[in-house]
Design a protein around this ligand. Structure first.
Ligand SMILES: Cc1cc2nc3c(=O)[nH]c(=O)nc-3n(C[C@H](O)[C@H](O)[C@H](O)COP(=O)(O)OP(=O)(O)OC[C@H]3O[C@@H](n4cnc5c(N)ncnc54)[C@H](O)[C@@H]3O)c2cc1C
Length: 300
């Protein structure tokens, strides 16, 4: 139950702190000397760092759009704490490739892994891994101290230098190609609400892709296929465009959508999400304090 609590907590954070996807939660990270190294970033993205567990996780992500939570923590920790690459670049790659990419959970998790979110630090070292896997391994690369890591030779793959080029081929049709029936209500799905059971009483349905957001943070073909599949299951047309154009296009129509922190400026009547418990009004920057406050209402 507390795992799902993390998801709700992420929504709470994005709601209270809309800059969560871009800006470090803790202001003392403003001057942190991150290294924007395109060569290292590419090796990480392609699973060519030379570190087996990192590479296996990154290749699995590319091949399947999926990665176990613990592996997400390890590859994330490696990117920000060993390669010193800004967490936002890791988050952008996850956003691009994970089929379960979620603006709130992804941003909050990356900030947590990077330590820009709370004082509690996650470090992907052998102790942490042993605790999770029930193993007693020592002498692996995870046992190498950070000072020693700096003196190790770079694997061959990390010598190549090439800037990554990411772009999204937006799916579905453009807003101006959409045919609408005026006088009939419209169920407006976001890419975070692909629930085919939602508002079955409404026939006219679209899944709207915010083109500004997905141009800023591109998404891989596999992720688009996942969204297109569920749009079809929802009986909805997949449409892309700007939020401003959406307001104009459906101005005369009775629209309903489900709340999500990144959809605050969308048109229409907003239905509350199916929250596990009433959201606290007060901002909680720490999960333990937040969980202590809300868990009573789910009987945990
Ligand atoms: C760097 C990093 C990036 C992540 N990016 C995303 C993301 O884009 N989208 C996403 O949904 N989750 C993200 N997570 C959280 C977590 O890894 C996934 O939710 C989890 O792997 C989903 O697997 P499951 O469905 O088997 O989860 P289970 O363990 O079965 O948990 C059930 C549900 O609880 C929620 N949940 C579980 N753990 C977390 C968590 N730590 N944070 C938030 N929600 C959680 C999910 O909705 C999940 O489906 C990220 C974690 C890390 C470390």
């Amino acid at each position: 139950m507390s795992e799902i609590g993390w998801r709700e907590f992420s929504y709470h954070l994005l709601d209270q702190f809309p800059k969560l996807p871009e800006q470090a939660f803790r202001s003392n990270f403003k001057k942190f000397p991150w290294k924007k190294n395109a060569k290292h970033l590419k090796a990480w993205q392609q699973g060519k760092t030379g570190f087996p567990i990192v590479d296996a996780g990154m290749r699995e992500l590319w091949a399947t759009g999926w990665m176990h939570n613990r592996v997400r923590m390890i590859v994330g920790s490696f990117l920000v704490k060993d390669l010193l690459i800004p967490w936002q670049q890791g988050a952008a790659w996850f956003w691009d490739t994970l089929v379960d990419a979620d603006l709130a959970a992804n941003s909050a998790s990356w900030q947590w892994v990077a330590g820009t979110f709370s004082d509690k630090r996650y470090i992907a070292n052998q102790d942490n891994l042993n605790r999770y896997a029930g193993t007693d391994q020592h002498g692996t690369w995870l046992d190498v101290s950070y000072d020693e890591l700096l003196t190790l030779e770079l694997p061959e793959a990390l010598h190549e230098r090439q800037a990554p080029e990411l772009e999204s081929a937006l799916p579905g049709i453009r807003l101006d190609e959409l045919t609408l029936t005026h006088g009939a209500p419209l169920a407006l799905h976001s890419i975070w609400n692909l629930d085919p059971r939602w508002r079955r009483d409404i026939d006219q349905r679209i899944v709207f892709v915010d083109a500004d957001l997905t141009t800023r943070w591109p998404m891989a073909a596999q992720r688009w296929q996942f969204i297109a599949h569920w749009a079809e299951r929802c009986g909805a047309t997949l449409v892309h465009g700007s939020v401003a154009a959406l307001h104009d296009r459906i101005a005369e129509i009775d629209v309903v959508c489900i709340e999500y922190p990144a959809c605050d400026s969308w048109p229409g009547t907003v239905e509350p999400r199916n929250w596990l418990y009433p959201m606290p009004d007060e901002a909680f920057p720490s999960f333990s304090k937040y969980w202590k406050q809300v868990k009573g209402s789910v009987g945990v």
